[in-house]
Design a protein around this ligand. Structure first.
Ligand code: IPM
Ligand code: MG
Length: 384
């Protein structure tokens, strides 16, 4: 029996390319694992009307963790139009399978490290950026409680004289509820506590200087206010770690000016989504941004990037984000020696600068940036 059973989910688009590349590296490392393929993504939406088939959920339940490439998400109408003709008109509604997986398996923490590797030609803001985003992964703006049009009963509750906002609701009734869409931001004390505590625990454990809360409590008074209060409470338990607070808009500007000032960041789901792409941009782009969706006893490892349909099957995208994602999986499994070797090999390949994928060519065009996805993985594997 292999030591680990890992669900293998390439998903859509370039997810397949980067997963294949990752396999080269995992095999070279000699990870003692069985990889169980699991269906997820657009193909299963189109052909079965479900991008996350039940059999996949069952597979995940009997594995130790999952490795996931990327997913294509489209707005509702576009998704419905691509369904197989027999499945149309049955009221099937597309949902993002990764967002669903995070909720279904209570993968409450989305951990997204963004480290600048020395020698990366895309490091325009310095080689010394080392950020870690803790994104709350199951609540907030992406919690999935939404309506269009706004149902009369929901609007009535919101306008209720005792618990609602009759004055503020007036404008929506005037505009006609059939013209109004509503997406909610629902957050719990438990959700805020959990993500804040994990960010401080991490900072303490790895000797990080500060944790910065990314919020907007001056406008989002209730949800942002709850998160801010909880953040301060938790911060007081970690006197060795500085606790900073920033509004989400302001930090986007500050981080571009001096990313070196920041260390660990913690945020609600949507703000975490936004700020993690920003952090990726500071260290060379999505090709360098790994991620892990972590729950109490299960985890899905998935890079921050999407499925990049225009590069689908071309073997050109940068697999480094996915390789570093596999590194996070190795850490989570307790294989820290392998994890360390993998990260060092990635760092060495970047520093040597001999093998570069197209995204790394922007600075030294012509001299580099022609390596394929596979070639990059092979270069990393060669150092293992
Ligand atoms: C991410 C992605 C996803 C998200 C999308 C594809 C649903 O942007 O993992 O950051 O918003 O969580
Ligand atoms: Mg995102």
């Amino acid at each position: 029996m292999p030591k680990y059973t890992i669900a293998w989910m390439p998903g859509d688009g370039v997810g397949k390319d980067v997963m294949q590349a990752t396999r080269i590296v995992l095999d070279r490392l000699g990870l003692d694992a069985e990889y169980v393929p699991a269906d997820i993504g657009w193909e299963f939406w189109v052909n079965e009307g479900n991008p996350l088939p039940d059999r996949t959920i069952e597979t995940l339940k009997r594995t130790d963790c999952a490795l996931f490439g990327a997913i294509t998400s489209k707005p509702r109408e576009e998704a419905a139009a691509e369904l197989r003709p027999e499945l149309r008109g049955r009221g099937l509604s597309y949902f993002s399978p990764i967002v669903r997986l995070r909720q279904l398996f209570n993968l409450h923490t989305n951990l997204r490290p963004c480290r600048a590797f020395r020698g990366n030609p895309l490091n325009r803001l310095g080689d010394d950026i080392d950020l870690v985003v803790f994104r709350e992964n199951t609540e907030g703006m992406y919690g999935g409680i939404e309506w269009f049009p706004l149902p009369e009963r929901v609007a009535a509750a919101m306008a209720d004289a005792e618990v609602g906002h009759p004055e503020r609701m007036k404008q929506w009734f005037d505009k006609g509820l059939e013209n109004v869409a509503l997406s909610t931001r629902v957050m719990s004390r438990q959700g805020c506590e959990s993500i804040c505590r994990r960010s401080f625990e991490y900072a303490q454990r790895f000797g990080r200087r500060s944790v910065t809360l990314v919020e907007k409590p001056n406008v989002l008074r209730e949800t942002g206010g709850l998160m801010t209060r909880v953040f301060r409470e938790i911060a007081s338990e970690y006197p060795g770690v500085e606790a900073w607070e920033a509004n989400v808009d302001a930090i986007c500007m500050w981080m571009l000016k001096s990313p070196q000032d920041y260390d660990v960041l913690v945020a609600e789901n949507m703000f975490g989504d936004i700020v993690s792409d920003l952090c990726a941009g500071l260290v060379g782009g999505l090709g360098f941004a790994p991620a892990a969706n972590i729950g109490d006893d299960y985890a899905v490892f998935e890079p921050t990037h999407g499925s990049a349909p225009k590069y689908d099957g071309m073997d050109v995208v940068n697999p480094i984000a996915m390789l570093l994602t596999a590194k996070m999986m190795l850490d989570w499994l307790g294989e820290s020696e392998m994890a360390g070797r993998l990260e060092s090999a990635v760092a060495a390949v970047i520093e040597a600068g001999e093998v570069r994928t197209y995204d790394m060519a922007q600075v030294r065009a012509g001299s580099a940036g022609t390596a394929s996805t596979t070639a990059m993985a092979e270069a990393v594997a060669a150092l293992l």
